[in-house]
Design a protein around this ligand. Structure first.
Ligand SMILES: C[S@@+](CC[C@H](N)C(=O)[O-])C[C@H]1O[C@@H](n2cnc3c(N)ncnc32)[C@H](O)[C@@H]1O
Length: 340
């Protein structure tokens, strides 16, 4: 009988019938690993395009191409003690964590195009170090706060259930498509013009909706749950909907999206679903296998939960999630390169 990696790693026996967590079986491991690569010499963008690099970032960072990244989505280990498959990231002082960040940020910088954007995820404790390092190298444009919902309750403190995502650009010349990330909200007070026409909202057979500008406070994205097909056993997996917002706002189709700590592969999977080029690095083979399997699935299933017909829908307002498919971005976009 095939054993899945999670059963071995986490000692699980059986999963509930409705549990849709991705499983990698023992007999798939080799063929999944064969679909990854390692770098031993300087690479070209074409060589790593749509491929996953299985390596310690510090061993391959000098072999990544120059100036190939349009958008970097970076979700490094936070300054917490955390087991990532066979490796443990150990909490350290803020000063040491800052040095660790500086070591790879300063090297990774040469891989970014002059027009590139980057997003760096962190929690409140590591946010200060992340901000300090990013400020040294880039133009910081915003800090998104994501209400992560799930968090451990504390008896003598506030439950920690938010994360930060720092948004930076290399220069003042960068791409941002606000139209692609507008939120479709149900209208609570449907005002009308005297002519009877809806004022700033749309009347549809499925209900009344308004398109709103996205803010830097994100409260409508849940972490992946065991009942969601995107779920894996990675301990800190990001939701596809969250990554889709970043990719749609800050890249165009066929742009190159890169993730130097891809984990279960969320950035690469969403990039593929949204027709971007992608690559990334992960040192743990168990996570590489999850990522490759997700990428293979994405070839035939481009669904992103909460994103339908080119819009992000407020939670529970999507009439028929079962029909959810990714469609082409809207054509009337006013996105563009910004020069400040
Ligand atoms: C916060 S997780 C990323 C999760 C990912 N965003 C996802 O959605 O699954 C950070 C990842 O970095 C990996 N990692 C840590 N140090 C690394 C290194 N030096 N080189 C490559 N990967 C590393 C860990 O194994 C872990 O999977």
């Amino acid at each position: 009988m095939a054993t899945d990696i999670a059963s071995e790693m986490y000692g699980m026996r059986e999963r509930a019938p409705r549990n849709r967590t991705l499983i990698v079986c023992k007999d798939e491991e080799n063929s999944l690993m064969n679909q990854t690569m390692t770098l031993t010499t300087l690479s070209t963008p074409h060589q790593i395009e749509d491929k996953l690099i299985h390596q310690d970032l510090f061993d391959c960072i000098d072999y990544l191409p120059d100036q190939f990244v349009d958008l970097a989505i970076i979700d490094p280990p936070y300054n917490l003690t955390k087991q990532f498959a066979a490796s443990k990231f150990a909490k350290t002082s803020s000063e040491s964590y800052e040095i660790w960040l500086e070591t790879w940020v300063s090297k990774f910088k040469r891989c970014l195009k002059e027009t590139a954007s980057l997003y760096v995820c962190c929690d409140w404790q590591s946010s200060k170090s992340v901000q300090t390092v990013l400020d040294r190298h880039f133009i910081i444009r915003s800090r998104i706060t994501w209400e992560r919902e799930k968090g451990r309750g504390a008896n003598a403190n506030w439950k920690n259930c938010s994360e930060d995502i720092w948004f930076c650009t290399v220069s003042n010349h960068y791409f941002f498509d606000v139209e692609a990330v507008k939120l479709k909200r149900k209208v609570i007070a449907p005002y009308r013009h005297s002519s009877g026409e809806p004022k700033d909202w749309e009347e549809t057979t499925q209900g009344n909706y308004r398109l709103t500008h996205p803010s830097n406070l994100w409260t409508d994205i849940s972490i992946p749950f065991w009942s969601m097909p995107e779920n894996t056993d990675h301990p800190t997996q990001k939701p596809e909907k969250l990554i889709a917002k970043l990719i749609l706002a800050s890249s165009r189709p066929r742009d190159f999206v890169f993730d130097p700590f891809f984990g279960s592969g969320t950035t690469c999977v969403v990039a593929k679903k949204l027709d971007r080029k992608f690559s990334g690095v992960e040192q743990e083979s168990a996570y590489c296998q999850m990522a490759v399997k997700r990428l293979n699935r994405a070839a035939s299933d481009r669904t992103i939960q909460g994103y339908l017909d080119g819009y992000f829908w407020e939670r529970n307002s999507l009439a028929d999630q079962k029909q959810a498919t990714v469609t082409k971005p809207k054509t009337e976009t006013v996105a563009g390169l910004f020069d400040e």
